[in-house]
Design a protein around this ligand. Sequence first.
Ligand code: SF4
Ligand code: SF4
Length: 341
Amino acid sequence: MSMEIKSIQKDSLDKLFNSLKSRGNLIYAPVKVKNEVQFDFVEKFEQITDDFIQTTQSVKNSVFPKIETLFKFVKTGKEVKMLDMDMSLIPEIVIWGIHPCDVWGFDSLRAIFTWDTHDMFFEKRMDKLTIIGMSCAKADDYCFCTSVNLGPGSTKGSDVLLTKTGNGDYIAELVSDKGKALATSMPDVFVQAVQSKKEDFLVVVEKRFDSESLIPKMQKKETFDSPFWVTNSLRCLGCGACAYVCPTCACFDIQDEGYGARNIRFRCWDSCGLKQFTIHTSGHNPREVQSQRWRQRLMHKFAYMPERNKVTGCVGCGKCSRACPVDMNIAEQLQEIDQKM
Ligand code: SF4
Ligand code: SF4
């Protein structure tokens, strides 16, 4: 798909926001909350900040909510009546100011949720998204997007990607048909492109390893059997924080909850890093110790998903390492595997 480039003057960005809002969209954007920046639904343009490296949480809950009711069921005597959820209630959401790594997280999720059966909840929510990405002007030592074939100005997955230039105006890359239609509908906001080179305004993120060379190493039996996993997971608490903040982790549990005759079946986030994730009813646990669970997390992302889903299950955002209470650093570990295995 060919891409068109426009620009948005700094004083016109609020017009874009107000216009999207007036069309009935919910806008999910980064806002300051105490010392952190988190995505939240916003009512006013002034609530939004672009002054952050990464939000603590990803935005995956917009398409894969922490808790999602799958259906309701009513019991009357021995009769059970199933009630489907009303999918028409899923709202149109604009995700505003999301960084390229987080955007590409949706692609990993899509690979998981459409691999065998197509998950209608996920697909419906994805259809309702408009993604306005924002290139990265800042990074920290946890960022490693360039190691997994992305970058601070990657357009992959965005409908429109904005890059802030030196004078505060934005380069607007119209990536998808949805992005082009948006620009066509607002000719006073998306104006003639300026002669600026996007790369001049992007942060440089050094490559830590090469995922192309790492993946075959992760798929070797010797790597699976290596003492590396024990040595490098001894301090892991198995708390699951890394999975909950990750834009691509998609483990979930399904449970029923009853309120007398009225009941719901829901799914909720889970993590392969948690001891109970694989425990059998017999009490046997095929991943008995934390090193096996840590290995599973990394193997799933860099060995099994590339083979089965044809994508890497990691976008190099570093959220897991920033959130880890005992400083387990995924980029350092992947770098070591790439260099030594
Ligand atoms: S956040 Fe850290 S301690 Fe918690 S499960 Fe993940 S790696 Fe282990
Ligand atoms: S594994 Fe860590 S670095 Fe990779 S996508 Fe998930 S949170 Fe980001």
